[in-house]
Design a protein around this ligand. Structure first.
Ligand SMILES: Cc1cc2nc3c(=O)[nH]c(=O)nc-3n(C[C@H](O)[C@H](O)[C@H](O)COP(=O)(O)O)c2cc1C
Length: 383
């Protein structure tokens, strides 16, 4: 059942401001920031907003539907929830709450390898209707164990991550000495005191852990140790052969996330993957990289007829979703938007974000005279 609409937050930016007011500064910086000088972060949204749509007011049209086919299922809207690490540190219980909201809204939820709810918990919450993002473990035994657990939990789509060959260089996190659990300095303690609801909710729900990884990792690591553990355990450096091995092993649908070039997209297609997510990790990895929307065009042109091309990075609104779909993406995913909502509104954040994004997208489609999501490319203004 839909929750009552909260009129205070009609836009993702309202949720971002509310999140900033509810969570400690070092946590907000971790969520909100990009890498290096935040150039890629900014261009993701700016370039997307350069995409223009044209309305056909006089054409015949019927009722608008957001329902979208993807991988043999009909989803409630062409938008899903990105994998995000450490969600329970950003807001306690955020991962579980977003998984619940996705299930209720019939939109895809992607569980990160590095977040605070386990494969088993999310499998239960979603009754197996979730996707799992895999960092590629170096140790074949860990890889096999994670894949077997994902299978047992009912995971529908395996999302293999390509774009973290090394940990992103994030000055704000370095300045804040960001760590898991948070390092107690005078500054972080003050920031936590200034956000008592976050602190009390954290105390009530318990210290967040990297729940899916707990069986493989030592306890209580700081950011440097976590980075070392991630580097040691998950060489993000993925090759075509790694993909082929995973493809052989995983019987369900499999997607490559973090595709930024036609070259990588072609390898994914050649290795038999079912889809790709054009993404630059929300601007958190390669500050000198192209925005996701600018990377999308050539990729759709090259492989769009042979595989399912999806996109994330920089999407903050229904119009942004329409712009991405009109540009040739089959489906969109959002990371920060849903996490701002979870931080701002707790357990009901995911539902609210899905509601405002759906309302906004519906309005755009009604405005331009587009009944079906798949018809949005007809409304693209070619520049
Ligand atoms: C705080 C944060 C943590 C993230 N952690 C992961 C992760 O663990 N695995 C992953 O594949 N992507 C991760 N991402 C990237 C997102 O999946 C997604 O690509 C990105 O957020 C999309 O950009 P957007 O935030 O502008 O929507 C993370 C993003 C953020 C903001």
């Amino acid at each position: 059942m839909a929750l009552p609409f909260d009129h205070r937050y009609p836009a993702v930016d309202d949720l971002r401001q509310a999140a900033r007011a509810r969570i400690p500064g070092f946590v907000f910086d971790f969520l909100d920031g990009g890498c290096h000088d935040n150039v890629n972060l900014a261009s993701n949204t700016a370039d997307l907003r350069d995409v223009k749509l044209q309305p056909f007011y006089l054409a015949d049209h019927g009722s608008v539907s957001l329902e979208t086919e993807l991988f043999g299922k009909t989803w409630g809207a062409p938008l899903g929830i990105c994998p995000v690490g450490l969600q329970g540190l950003i807001w306690p219980g955020a991962c579980e709450a977003l998984a619940r909201a996705a299930t209720a809204r019939r939109i895809p939820f992607i569980l990160s390898t590095c977040t605070t709810a386990s494969l088993e918990t999310i499998g239960q919450i979603t009754a197996g209707a979730f996707w799992f993002q895999l960092y590629n473990p170096v140790d074949p035994a860990i890889r096999e164990d994670l894949l077997a657990r994902a299978e047992r939990a009912g995971c529908e789509v395996l999302v293999v991550l390509a774009d973290v060959p090394t940990f992103g260089y994030r000055p704000h996190d370095i300045r804040n000495q960001f760590a898991v659990p948070p390092r107690l300095t005078a500054r972080t303690i003050l920031q936590m005191i200034l956000r008592p609801v976050w602190g009390m909710t954290m105390l009530r729900r318990g210290k967040p852990t990297l729940a899916s990884l707990t069986p493989y990792m030592p306890a209580n690591m700081d950011l440097r140790q976590l980075a070392d553990f991630m580097d040691r355990t998950f060489t993000g450096r993925l090759t075509g052969d790694d993909l082929a091995r995973l493809r052989d092993r995983w019987k369900g649908k499999m997607v490559l996330k973090g595709v930024a070039t036609v070259e990588d997209a072609e390898i994914a297609v050649a290795r038999g993957l079912d889809g790709i997510i054009v993404s630059n990790h929300g601007g958190r990895q390669l500050d000198a990289g192209l925005s996701s929307i600018r990377a999308l065009g050539p990729i759709v042109e090259a492989v769009g007829r042979r595989t399912t091309v999806m996109i994330d990075s920089g999407i903050r609104s229904g119009p942004d979703i329409a712009r991405a779909l009109a540009s040739g993406a089959r489906f969109t995913f959002l990371g920060r938007a849903f996490m701002y909502a979870a931080a701002a509104l707790g357990d009901r954040g995911g539902d609210h974000a899905a509601e405002i994004l759906s309302r906004q997208l519906l309005q755009v489609m009604e405005q331009v005279g587009c009944d079906r999501v798949a018809d949005l490319p007809r409304h693209l203004v070619r520049q």
